[in-house]
Write a protein that binds this ligand. Structure first.
Ligand code: GRG
Length: 292
């Protein structure tokens, strides 16, 4: 199968799985509308793609990972809704559309984020393609990666340090949690569903470290030189919020070199794994060359 066909099919199936699930919720129509609004707003779906590319690399049919891939995108979408709120980044646009709270109001946006977050776990718990032991491992890792020692904790550190000068090491700790942990989960989930051994999981962890850094540095670069129309959100937000970024610490050109360095490291680690890395390799290339 061609890489682009894999990407198109995977995205279509993850989006259908998520939208079908949200449509089954029937208690509060406006909440459901707010959840669908952000979930179906587009987005590159990179984390589900990473997970499904790992699964495919281990020769496991992607059907087996669809609900988990969708759970990742539910958590990611919930974090974006909360990140855009006035109490956090106070953004008006996301994925080329008005942010959730600008359309539905703050209270409903908070609840839509809450609901997406919680149903992510239901998507995994009710997946009849997976064995119970695998579901428990996935749920355990997903809550750890998303919680106070992961994405939420990273966001807290990010907020606390706004306007303060940061060392490269401190910036790395924030990003490894805020952005890196969900990328880590995406790779580990592919391995857990494929039933790989502990050494392989450790290698996936190393690969995710480099992918997370390359992705975040590229994100910082795009905030400076990206095209607002393509990005679907305002640029120069880091400057506005007085945030320390890789571009600020390293300079633009060295930051670009750093992205390439981490990409190369990820590819080196990938070569040491016994998996068909074709799609993963192309996906990583896409991630670092992205314009949005
Ligand atoms: C509600 C679970 C939950 C968490 C709340 C707000 C928060 C805690 C965390 C925010 C984490 C955050 C926004 C990290 C930034 C990650 C990032 C670089 C997002 C952009 O990802 P892309 O480029 O976006 O993959 P698309 O739109 O393509 O999905």
């Amino acid at each position: 199968m061609a890489f682009q066909t894999f990407v198109n099919e995977a995205i279509e199936r993850v989006e259908k799985t998520g939208a079908d699930f949200i449509h089954t919720l029937s208690l509060a129509e406006r909440l459901k509308e707010a959840m669908l609004y952000s979930f179906t707003a587009g987005g590159k779906r990179l984390r589900p793609l990473l997970m499904l590319a790992v699964l495919d690399g281990f020769n496991i049919p992607i059907e087996k990972g669809l609900r988990t891939a969708c759970a990742i995108e539910f958590i990611h979408t919930s974090s974006l809704i909360h990140d855009d709120l006035p109490a956090m980044d106070d953004d008006d646009y996301r994925r080329g559309k008005l942010t959730n709270h600008r359309v539905f109001g703050e209270a409903t946006a908070i609840l839509a984020g809450d609901a997406l977050l919680l149903h992510a776990f239901e998507l995994i718990a009710t997946d009849d393609r997976l064995e119970d032991s695998v579901k428990v491992s996935l749920i355990k890792q997903l809550s750890q990666s998303s919680g106070a020692n992961g994405m939420v904790g990273g966001q807290q550190l990010d907020i606390e340090n706004e306007g303060k000068p940061l060392t490269l090491e401190a910036l790395e700790t924030i990003n490894a949690n805020k952005t890196g942990q969900l990328i880590l989960f995406s790779l580990l989930a592919g391995g857990l569903i494929a039933g790989v051994d502990g050494t392989t999981l450790e290698r996936l962890r190393k690969i995710s470290h480099h992918i997370g850094l390359a992705f975040q540095i590229q994100d910082d670069i795009l905030d400076v030189i990206g095209d607002e129309a393509l990005l679907g959100k305002a640029t120069l937000q880091d400057e506005k919020n007085n945030k320390t970024t890789y571009v600020r610490l390293l300079g633009l050109e060295p930051a670009k070199i750093e992205v390439k360095h981490h990409f190369d490291q990820a590819i080196n680690e990938l070569k040491r794994l016994r998996l068909n890395s074709n799609f993963l390799h192309q996906l990583l290339q896409l991630m670092i060359e992205r314009k949005y």
